[in-house]
Ligand binder design. Structure first.
Ligand code: BGC
Ligand code: MG
Length: 528
């Protein structure tokens, strides 16, 4: 089990000077990833794509988009990564394709072609209206009109991302063949994009309104967030499909399967010996306000409840949300690094899997973009309620004093390099033992050397309003963690038998009094 590092390939390293990151750029940065100490590298989609959703709209599942390089570059990346003990994970978008995929071009052409049922088609209501009330995540009805068939097709994201019909056996077979193809090429695992959208209610029933006061992930104020998603996603047939994926993967020992699943209720049903290894947890990504101990405990409990030990995969940041330092940390920039280190110490000791997002090891804040800089249709549509996907997708800063932070030699990069991010570039942190980067390196190494933590039971019930107190237990192993969530120092008394300090920053112990500086943290191991 595993520390996964997520690369957003457009923004990691550009090797050919076109302003967009690419696979050869990643090859060049393998020593950096090896030194960081992660086990797996998940790369967001680099397949052939019109790039309407920046690669999450795939038009050929077996071919690398020339923008990112070639299949030969990918083969080289897989081989060289293995030499660094890094496994490559591919991001498979199986619930929908691009509307430019040849399958869709064929399917939309008529109601009786061989691929007529490869997508989700439905007649208009007698008054011409859409078949039901389902909403797209990116805003508006989930149905788009296709004049060639005089029918609507289903799309949960952009109109250019039609939902595949996974009830059709031929579609499932084809997608399973894609999974096997990449395993044969040597990839060590997959992240399955938005996989809870793979099936839908065949009767196309209307979703009921969301229960009052509930939120539904990222955009609770969008129409998508106003529904209880009982019919448009999370259907039982998806679990059978996941079992079929597992059967294929089991022919390639060690393959790691990570599902991206929007809600915890569904996520916990997708993991197990004959299903996925890990379900991606949105609980930390959903935190969009200054995080308190109380809020964190609530999200932690929600992300553990009902999960088999070790099957939840945590993430503080990813390419779909503002970076966590900005999203849940103090707005005072002088707290930024201390907060970044403290919250990293929390998640790097949690049981289960962990996805780090490129740049979080530098403590990057969200990039400050002007409306004119935005390229993501989702961000543009919801402006000024800026959801901040572009703000998390700006180029990785490698050098403090080099043009484009060393990301690219192009005059213009696809998103601008952010000045505040560049000030935290890799080279500025490399030699400083106290830097966020070196802190991540130490913690990742610690996690690797303490594999028991991944199956541990965690109890947070002795926390105070200011200090998150985690008690970890597995067999006869125990550990205590103290994490100060506030910018004020605090004294804790009467903890008793603390044991030996495992690692700490800003914590001192005198008899039975523990003093924690602002954002300080420590763990103690107790003799078994
Ligand atoms: C990905 C997004 C993408 C969406 C549609 C998600 O969950 O992470 O970046 O836009 O799926 O494929
Ligand atoms: Mg390039």
């Amino acid at each position: 089990m595993t520390t996964i590092y997520q690369i957003y390939p457009r923004s990691f390293q550009d090797s050919n000077g076109d302003g967009v990151g690419d696979l050869r750029g990643i090859v060049d940065r393998l020593p950096y990833l090896a030194k960081l100490g992660v086990d797996m590298v998940w790369i967001s989609p680099f397949f052939l794509s019109p790039q309407k959703d920046f690669g999450y709209d795939v038009s050929d599942y077996r071919t690398v988009d020339p923008l990112f390089g070639s299949n030969a570059d990918l083969a080289q990346l897989i081989t060289e990564a293995a030499q660094h003990n890094l496994g490559i994970m591919v991001d498979l978008v199986l619930a929908h394709s691009s509307n430019q995929h040849p399958w869709f071009l064929e399917s939309r052409a008529s109601r009786d072609n061989p691929k007529a049922d490869w997508y989700v088609w439905a007649d208009p209501l007698p008054d011409g209206n859409v078949p039901n009330n389902w909403q797209s995540v990116f805003g508006g009805s989930a149905w788009r009109w296709e004049p060639r068939r005089q029918q609507y097709y289903l799309t949960h994201f952009l109109g250019e991302q039609p939902a595949l019909n996974l009830y059709a056996p031929a579609v499932r077979e084809e997608l399973l063949a894609v999974v096997e193809y990449w395993l044969q090429q040597g990839v060590k695992g997959f992240r399955f994009d938005a996989i809870h959208f793979a099936h839908y209610d065949p009767q196309l029933r209307n979703n009921p309104p969301a229960p009052r006061g509930s939120t539904s992930g990222a955009l609770s104020d969008s129409p998508f967030g106003m529904q209880d998603h009982v019919y448009d996603l999370g259907q039982p047939a998806t679990i059978d499909f996941i079992r079929d994926i597992r059967k294929v993967a089991d022919r390639y020992p060690g393959a790691l399967l990570l599902g991206e699943v929007g809600t915890v209720e569904i996520a916990r049903t997708y993991v197990g010996a004959d299903k996925f290894d890990l379900s991606y947890s949105f609980n930390m990504l959903d935190i969009r306000e200054l995080v308190t101990v109380g809020l964190f405990r609530e999200k932690l409990a929600g992300g553990l409840a009902g999960f088999l030990p070790g099957t939840s995969c945590w993430a503080l940041s990813n390419h779909d949300a503002p970076r966590h330092v900005t999203r849940m940390g103090s707005q005072d920039p002088s707290h930024r690094a201390a907060f970044a280190k403290m919250i990293a110490a929390v998640v790097l000791t949690l049981p289960g899997g962990l996805c780090l997002y490129q740049g979080e090891e530098l403590g990057l804040p969200t990039a400050d973009l002007r409306f004119e800089d935005l390229v993501d249709p989702y961000d543009i549509a919801f402006y000024p309620d800026h959801v901040g996907r572009d703000g998390a997708r700006t180029p990785m800063p490698w050098f403090q004093d080099v043009a484009n932070a060393g990301f690219s030699t192009a005059a213009n990069t696809w998103l601008p390099v952010d000045a505040a991010q560049q000030a935290l570039a890799v080279d500025s942190q490399e030699e400083d033992p106290q830097s966020t980067l070196n802190h991540y390196r130490r913690l990742i190494a610690w996690r690797k050397n303490h594999p028991w933590i991944k199956k541990a039971i965690v109890d947070s019930s002795n926390s105070t309003d200011q200090v998150l107190q985690l008690e970890y237990r597995h067999g006869n192993q125990t550990m205590l963690g103290l994490f100060n969530f506030a910018a004020e120092s605090v004294e804790l008394k009467g903890l008793g038998g603390l044991g030996t300090v495992e690692w700490q920053e800003g914590v001192s112990v005198q008899n039975d009094t523990v003093t924690l500086q602002p954002f300080a943290f420590a763990t103690f191991t107790q003799a078994a």
